[in-house]
Design a protein around this ligand. Sequence first.
Ligand code: ZN
Ligand code: ZN
Length: 147
Amino acid sequence: MDRQGCGGCACGTVRYALESAPYDAGWCHCRICQLNSGAPAMAFASVPVEDFAFVAGADKVKRFQSTGFGHRLFCGECGTPLLMRVDHQPETVDFSIATLDDPDRVPPEFHIFRASRIGWFETGDDLPRHDRFRSGTRGLEGTEPPE
Ligand SMILES: [Zn+2]
Ligand SMILES: [Zn+2]
């Protein structure tokens, strides 16, 4: 098995492994990410759904329907947010980069949902900044799901 990274939650109950290199790493400043994390923003990256595996604690993972088109998965023991799934991209899993054992390996490449950025939070980078989704987001085809 050619693992491209492993990660898990704060209490160690839930562990996961990636079987391919993550892509589309980016910051999300949406309000749901702020509330879900208790932080000003979250950073996510994607892998194909078949390349993501829970290797411990899968039965402790809980699900939260966060929007009409997506849900979040988190550790039911400690609450660490781990995954986001959206209906328009059923073939991929978005995982929280910060939960990787080595998050330095997956640097963000863009910012989305800057429209809901907290005013005092600004990262020191020159990455592309989008008010909502990136144009051309896979699965959206020009139409954006409702907030
Ligand atoms: Zn946990
Ligand atoms: Zn978000």
